[in-house]
Ligand binder design. Structure first.
Ligand code: CAO
Length: 424
């Protein structure tokens, strides 16, 4: 049974952060009704287009399992329909620029008047403060949330990461807030506001770097390679390249073929518990007893040298041979997998993490399925809706418009082109 069955989401999200959140809720079984501007829709439908005339992968991969209604919310009839939707739904999710919903006439006070049980959930770039009015995209959040300043190499500029921690990361945070508010509503009977600011979400994911900022005030960060290289620390958590920076040192090492294959690398962790096995594996058994190498503390000022030595060994093996040799010994490591390799990985297809979906305009495409698996509530990935595909269905079946009333709202122009669903 779908875990969130019966929960209706009024989905005002667009681009990536909000849609990530509502897609998760849809996978868990919520009825997600995406409201889009007639004739236009979510801007991503027509961004990064690869199949002319078809919704882009940017859109389709973020909007599975949703229904789409087109509605001009600035039109009087559009507002009337939106009011009905607010009364009918449990959660409103939005990631408009700050103030847009108030300008539309649907700020928090109005929402509460219409439906006191409504949960109103927002992604914004920043929480209250000097930047609260700013529009924000992914990389801005990565930069303002502490990720960019701590990512990259010591001698290079701040670097953004491919993982969309600002958008998708904040969408995840928001989904948790929504489910928590729904749980709370069971007891209180009332909705509440849920805010996930992208800066806060990124900073939350960079928590360990704020840890290091405070540790730095008490002395050098010995787990960073920089320490072994004899490079002094400054006043802020530095960029640490591929260091794990945590209790178990790690680094990305070259494997056989690295000269021509950009992904012929492995992440290798010198976990203390398996140090002896690592020494034997790489042909350096003397390090097991050598007081300069035998304990994690003794190795802290030699992290780069230790990994140079391990790399001499990994360079003689492919990244998969390294895995095959390390796994039976419980040495934590992982090959650097390219998107091509991931898309072809049979085990990810079997678990539904990579899914092939068919689409009427673009044909079959690959997507990432629900990354969270519930044993009794498996997620079935269904294609994203075409623009306004469910307008008639929602007007008639969810909001009860029929006969002359249905004709009236369609003629008003507030809902774009609509074909009524045939009566059975
Ligand atoms: N009918 C009528 N008008 C509609 C509508 C509808 N169905 N849906 C949206 N609109 C209007 C809004 O009311 C708003 O109008 P006003 O500015 O006149 O009040 C307008 O469309 C555009 O909204 P926007 O400012 O949010 O859109 P944008 O493309 O200019 O900005 C973004 C995009 C992402 C920068 C901004 O929405 C934002 O900062 N959001 C919060 C942070 C965020 O989520 N960022 C992540 C984006 S990537 O995932």
């Amino acid at each position: 049974m779908e875990a969130l069955k019966g929960v209706k989401i009024l989905d005002f999200t667009h681009v990536q952060s909000g849609p990530t959140c509502t897609q998760l809720l849809a996978w868990f079984g919520a009825d997600v009704i995406k409201v889009e501007r007639p004739g236009v829709g979510d801007a991503t439908r027509k961004q990064l287009v690869d199949v002319p005339g078809a919704d882009s992968l940017y859109f389709t991969m973020l909007n599975h399992n949703k229904r789409s209604i087109t509605l001009n919310t600035k039109d009087p009839t559009g507002k009337e329909i939106l009011e009905k939707l607010v009364k009918e739904c449990d959660v409103l999710v939005e990631n408009f620029a700050p103030g847009a919903l108030d300008r539309m006439g649907f700020g928090w006070e109005r929402i509460q008047e219409l439906n006191p049980r409504m949960i109103m959930a927002s992604v914004k770039g920043f929480g209250p403060g000097p930047y609260e009015d700013c529009k924000v995209y992914e990389n801005v959040a990565q930069c303002t949330g502490g990720s960019a300043s701590t990512t990259g190499f010591l001698d290079g500029p701040p670097t953004v990461t491919g993982a969309q921690i600002g958008d998708s990361g904040t969408g995840l945070h928001l989904a948790l807030g929504i489910v928590t508010a729904l749980y709370h509503r069971e007891k209180s009977g009332r909705g509440q506001r849920v805010l996930a600011a992208m800066q806060d979400g990124v900073l939350n994911l960079c928590r360990v770097k704020l840890r290091d900022q405070q540790r730095l005030e008490r002395g050098p960060l010995k787990e960073y390679s920089q320490y072994g290289q004899g490079i002094e620390f400054g006043e802020t958590t530095p960029r640490a390249g591929n260091d794990s920076g945590g209790g178990q040192p790690g680094w990305i090492l070259k494997c056989k073929g690295w000269e021509t294959d950009p992904d012929a690398y492995v992440y290798f962790i010198t976990q203390a518990a398996v140090w002896g096995k690592i020494c034997d594996l790489i042909g350096q058994p003397d390090w097991k007893e050598d007081p300069n190498y035998a304990t994690p503390d003794a190795r802290l000022d030699k992290i780069p040298q230790v990994f140079d030595r391990i790399e001499e060994w990994t360079k003689t093996k492919t990244k998969f041979e390294v895995m095959d040799a390390c796994n039976p010994l419980d040495i934590p490591c992982g090959p650097i997998l390219s998107m091509k390799e991931l898309s072809q990985e049979p085990s990810l297809r079997e678990t539904g993490t990579i899914v092939e979906v068919d689409h009427p305009e673009r044909g079959p495409y690959l997507t990432v399925g629900c990354p969270v698996k519930l044993s009794d509530s498996p997620a079935e990935v269904k294609r994203s809706p075409l623009l306004g595909e469910h307008t008639a269905e929602i007007l008639q079946e969810v909001l009860g418009y029929a006969g002359d009333e249905f004709e009236r709202v369609v003629k008003s122009g507030a809902v774009g082109d609509v074909t009524p669903i045939a009566a059975e």
